[in-house]
Write a protein that binds this ligand. Structure first.
Ligand code: UDX
Length: 422
């Protein structure tokens, strides 16, 4: 098939290159000139494990452009643009709206049936209440008759996105018309996993409910962990025991400083806003966010137990990315930690294997080290913020270590060791 992808962030890019690998012709449409150039020279604009290799392998099967007109020569268009939060936490649909408008304009001049698939995370109702009327108006065509419309959420984890694309736990396809259903079933035929066909707004909700549940697991583990810390119980052992119950499952119970990234905080907040708009009071979801905002600050409390006055003290940060194997710092727990340390008058020296340049844009005023060893050597105390594998190899002996992510070697070696909730 000929596939166009609008928006080449990590979802759009990985999805498109994945489809190219499966034998489809792919065009990426992005307004960002620099991204277009990079993709055309097989350089991923983001760091994502295995992506560069996959792009090189499929060179010639995809190209990028900023010209929407090129979607006319394709059969399916995936909308993969970002859906950021507004200041009040509600979802900002401006990119989805502008993409829909451009698609509509091109479809006006196209005779053949075209399928539009929303992959961006959108609040239930958006595909039919926002995307459909915009494309309809601009194209003068009727959805589900003259063009297909579907919602197909993504469940890719950053850092594992390529692997997740080829080996998903499930594929969810929200459709209304039979023709679009058949086209998407054909597209996803090579994937060997459960495929769930639903109506469009159910597919939209599955994405939110999945992310909200995973975020809840983490905040729940953190809440239990905070109690465990006071009682001298190891929360990791506790969840090993809890997770053995097949109704529960052991993953996503790693207690610590909470979740960051481009999805969980934004999606839970957007769901809360939507619920409130509908007259609901989503107490559990609000608590998930509250616990998550409190957790990183526990590192400062623990640090002050050992260094009560942080003024002029040099505090080392290991890890700035929101999780290992990515250069993404969006909603990273390092952000509130650095803010709090600066307020206390501490000097900061930080290191991350991939995310320094992205973090520097937010905090140009702190010092960045060339290596993790340098951070350890130059600081009065070390805070472990991201569990990069390399941090398991360092020498922590003689140091004060406050660990937000459970690095075993630091636990064994540090002179003073404090885990956030264990
Ligand atoms: C997530 C979802 O997993 C993915 O399905 C969705 O499409 C996008 O959002 P991602 O944001 O890439 O993916 O990261 P993920 O690996 O899920 O981790 C999110 C955050 O939770 C990280 O900050 C991580 O450190 C934290 N986390 C995760 C914990 O604190 N404890 C855990 O047990 C698991």
């Amino acid at each position: 098939m000929k596939i166009s992808i609008i928006g080449s962030g990590y979802v759009g890019l990985v999805t498109g290159v994945g489809f190219a690998e499966l034998g489809h012709d792919v065009v990426f449409i992005d307004v960002d000139e620099q991204k277009v150039e990079m993709i055309n020279s097989c350089k991923p604009p983001i760091f994502e494990k295995g992506l560069k290799e996959l792009m090189e392998k499929n060179r010639g099967k995809f190209y990028a452009t900023n010209d929407y007109a090129s979607l006319k020569n394709t059969d399916i268009t995936f909308i993969c643009v970002g859906t950021p939060s507004r200041k009040d936490g509600s979802i900002d649909l401006k990119y989805v709206e502008s993409a829909s408008k451009e698609i509509g304009k091109v479809l006006r001049g196209k005779e053949e049936f075209h399928t539009v698939v929303v992959k961006s995370t959108v609040i239930p109702g958006t595909t039919e209440e926002v995307v459909k009327p915009i494309i309809g108006k601009e194209s003068g065509k009727e959805a589900f008759r003259d063009f297909g419309l579907a919602m197909n959420p993504e469940f890719l984890r950053e850092g594992n996105a390529v692997e997740d694309f080829f080996n998903p736990d499930r594929i969810v396809i929200g459709v209304k018309d039979e023709r679009t259903k058949k086209i998407l079933e054909k597209l996803y035929e090579p994937f060997n996993c459960p495929k769930l066909i639903t109506d469009i707004k159910t597919a939209e909700m599955i994405k939110y409910a999945s992310n909200a549940f995973l975020a809840t697991k983490i905040s729940f583990a953190n809440e239990i962990g905070n109690i465990c810390k006071k009682l001298g119980i190891d929360v990791y052992k506790v969840f090993e025991g809890v997770g053995l119950d097949h109704r529960i499952n052991p993953s996503f119970f790693r207690a610590g400083i909470g979740f960051g990234g481009s999805c969980f905080p934004k999606d839970v907040k957007a769901l809360i806003k939507k619920a409130e708009e509908l007259g609901e009071d989503p107490k559990l979801l609000k608590a998930v966010i509250e616990v998550n905002e409190r957790q990183p600050l526990k590192m400062i409390e623990l640090l002050k137990k050992h260094i009560p006055n942080l003024e002029g003290k040099k505090i080392g940060l290991l890890g700035l990315a929101f999780k290992p194997d990515t250069d993404d710092v969006r909603e990273s727990r390092a952000i509130p930690i650095v803010k709090a340390l600066l307020e206390e008058g501490a000097e900061i020296i930080a290191y991350d294997p991939k995310a320094i340049e992205n973090f520097r844009k937010f905090f140009p005023q702190i010092e960045y080290a060339n290596s993790a060893e340098d951070v350890i050597a130059k600081s009065d105390a070390v805070l472990i913020v991201t569990e990069w594998r390399d941090f398991e190899e360092l020498d922590y002996s003689g140091k004060i270590v406050i660990d937000g992510r459970r690095v075993e070697k630091a636990m064994r070696e540090a002179k003073i060791y404090e885990g956030v909730c264990w």
